[in-house]
Design a protein around this ligand. Structure first.
Ligand SMILES: [Zn+2]
Length: 204
């Protein structure tokens, strides 16, 4: 599923250059700046000139409740609350059964070591604006609430928060944070995660 074009952006924080990127999955081996080329498009959810938050409706598949281990629907809901609580004008994520633009479900991902993936689709009318996103939890993984990862087991809270960070248009960062690639060490967004969202959407 890592086949769609990467949408990468890096803001030029004076001391934090390349600290985080804005993209959907298919992340390269090292952070790169988005330049609005077809392969490195800078994207975000629609937001007005004042950077006010919009609401993004998230559909949680019933299968999430029957995943082996923890209830991924509950974990995703709690992770949405984590992102909703940061001091930035990022989209407000609300669980909904209809009118949804984000779908969260289970899928057997190509690699057993791939815990979750997020795939965004930009609208055709404005390629820089995200219109929808899909989040997948790997059905091959036993989900738990114990920190630590293997190919077949992972902490569902941390992975859920990481994937919803992608939903918010955040890419990966090399700084220790939720969005650090391959090392979802946190359930709650960290300073670098918040800086990324403030840079995309503005601060309250
Ligand atoms: Zn990721």
């Amino acid at each position: 599923m890592r086949i769609l074009p990467a949408l990468a952006l890096v803001l030029a924080f004076p001391q934090l250059t390349l600290a985080w990127t804005q993209l959907h999955n298919n992340f390269p081996s090292s952070p790169t700046s988005c330049d609005n080329s077809s392969n490195d498009e800078c994207v975000s959810w629609p937001h007005n000139a004042k950077g006010q938050s919009i609401t993004v409706y998230v559909h949680l598949s019933p299968a999430l409740s029957t995943a082996p281990g923890e209830n991924l629907a509950t974990d995703t809901t709690n992770s949405a609350a984590q992102w909703n609580g940061v001091s930035a004008n990022n989209p407000f994520l609300v669980a909904a059964s209809s009118g949804t633009s984000v779908s969260v479900s289970m899928l057997q991902l190509p690699s057993g070591c791939d815990w979750g993936e997020t795939i965004d689709y930009s609208s055709s009318s404005n390629v820089h604006v995200i219109a929808s996103a899909n989040v997948y939890f790997n059905t091959d993984v036993i989900w738990n609430h114990l920190f630590g990862y293997s190919c077949g087991a992972a902490d569902s809270r941390n992975v859920a928060t990481h994937e919803l960070g992608h939903v918010n248009a955040l890419g990966h960062t090399y700084i220790d944070a939720v969005m650090k690639s391959g090392g979802e060490n946190y359930w709650a967004p960290q300073t670098n995660d918040v800086q990324g969202l403030q840079s995309i959407y503005g601060a309250p």
